[in-house]
Design a protein around this ligand. Structure first.
Ligand code: PLP
Length: 334
């Protein structure tokens, strides 16, 4: 049976998993080592140095590949290491990228502070209308990069519609799927070439690690990602990989509860007199609800909202919050 014959909650526990060959431990072992002995010059057991590959990181890459429905993913030390490796893999001086105008701030900063200095340019456009993507493509454009839902206002993009455009122009489409994970949205099935995750968030789910991944069915791209990763040293660490391997098992169950809770809270916020606007694709008032219903398995667990109050009163409201933690990140149980 292939992985795809099983429900995603089974794949999260068993997909791409193998027992350890030494002691058959149920949990794959932690190979906390920087280097591996060669039996003779040029003879090894498939591992040489952990910046290149490591059995525990390999195990995580197989598990994420099983979730994505792809060959083993390529895992990175942070989500931003995945983003950086992606762009350094496919762009060179003189090239151009098109991105959503609502993407994680770190991705914008990467272009403005680093890639721009290397002669790589970007246009940030309102991808809610795919026509804006097509209009921004130039002869130098090599990749379109979307977040749907986007961080922080949850703007959605019709991934299949943008994929039709990128295919027509023979350029790549990458989707940062951190907010939904492959449990709720599979970008490659919608026509994207590359799916990116910050595993720091829902995939780990316990606020224990930082990490990222890139998944694709294109073997040439996978090879390129591995080459750039080992060259610039953005590889995931074994202990982090081991922890994420445990977190993934409960991902579908956690997401179900995150989504239920978010729906209740979004509806409550919408009815609250102090709230002027709620951004949540599960609300009937959301102008993109039809797209969410079509494209996503569920609205997701993230909510954004605006208060009628001014800045100072808004800060007071944030400082008065009970139970929720005032902490940067998302997707953790807390
Ligand atoms: N992508 C999205 C959508 C994010 O929200 C974040 C971080 O918040 C990142 C990428 C970067 O991930 P990391 O913090 O693991 O580097």
């Amino acid at each position: 049976m292939s992985s795809q014959d099983f429900d995603i909650s089974t794949i999260a526990i068993h997909g791409g998993r193998s027992l350890d060959s030494h002691a058959s431990s149920v949990l794959f072992p932690l190979y906390q080592t920087s280097t591996f002995v060669h039996d003779a010059v040029g003879v090894d057991k498939g591992f040489s140095y952990s910046r290149v590959s490591n059995p525990t990181v390999d195990a995580l890459e197989k598990a994420i590949g099983a979730l994505e429905g792809t060959p083993p993913a390529v895992c990175f030390r942070t989500g931003m290491a995945a983003v950086t490796t992606l762009f350094l893999s496919v762009l060179k001086a003189g090239d151009h990228a098109v991105l959503s105008d609502v993407v994680y701030g770190g991705t914008m900063r990467l272009f403005r502070e680093v890639l721009d200095n290397l002669g790589i340019s970007a246009s940030f456009v309102d991808t809610a209308d795919p026509a804006n993507v097509e209009a921004a493509i130039t002869p130098a454009t090599r990749i379109v990069f979307l977040e749907s839902p986007g961080n922080p206002t949850l703007k959605l993009t019709d991934i299949a519609a943008v994929a039709a455009i990128t295919k027509r122009h023979s350029i790549l489409l990458a989707v940062d799927n951190t907010f939904l994970t492959p449990v709720l949205q599979k970008p490659l099935e919608l026509g994207a070439d590359i799916s990116l995750l910050s595993t720091t968030k829902y995939i780990d789910g316990h606020n224990a690690t930082l990490g990222g991944s890139l998944a694709t069915c294109d073997e040439v791209l996978l090879e390129r990602f591995r080459l750039i990763r080992k060259t610039i040293g953005t590889t995931q660490a074994p202990f982090e990989a081991w922890l994420v391997l445990q977190g993934i098992k409960t991902l579908p169950a956690r997401l179900k509860l995150h989504c239920q809770n978010a729906q209740i809270i979004a509806e409550w916020l919408e009815g609250h007199t102090a709230v002027s606007r709620v951004y949540f694709p599960g609300l009937d008032s959301c102008s993109q609800k039809a797209l969410a219903d079509r494209q996503q398995g569920a609205p997701g667990g993230m909510i954004a909202f605006e208060l009628r109050a001014g800045y100072d009163a808004t800060i007071r409201a944030l400082n008065a919050v009970k139970l929720c933690l005032r902490a940067e990140s998302l997707g953790g149980l807390e």
